[in-house]
Design a protein. Structure first.
Length: 119
């Protein structure tokens, strides 16, 4: 019997993707002065959204993808890391992580309350 359910598993995967994204953004910031470095991004939520638009089946098979950002223009040295963009990405990712963890905490509180009977 799985008391956590698929929604909890999805929340755990979202938290994992946010953690991975934090590492990738930190790596981008560390390489902002490296010639020819291409910034990396983590795609997960948009992959889930695409799959959901075609039906909710197969969500378990979706994993976070680290991809090179080919859209952001590069500077003359070939590096396309922009510190402002990375800091904004960090802020957004922090908010996502906090939201996912708050939802997960609420779900765990419900499970705890149902087990203990509210005592």
């Amino acid at each position: 019997m799985n008391i956590t359910g698929t929604n909890t598993n999805l929340l755990l995967r979202l938290l994992s993707a946010a953690s991975m994204r934090n590492e990738v953004i930190s790596n981008n910031i560390a390489n902002q002065n490296t010639p020819n470095y291409t910034r990396q991004v983590v795609r997960f939520e948009d992959l889930l959204s695409q799959r959901l638009s075609h039906g909710a089946k197969g969500l378990e098979s979706i994993t976070p993808q680290v991809e090179s950002d080919t859209i952001t223009p590069a500077s003359p040295d070939g590096n396309n890391v922009t510190p402002e963009l990375e800091l904004n990405s960090l802020r957004e990712n922090r908010l996502l992580y906090e939201m996912y963890s708050t939802i997960l905490s609420g779900k765990m509180d419900l499970v705890r309350t149902s087990i203990t009977g509210g005592r």
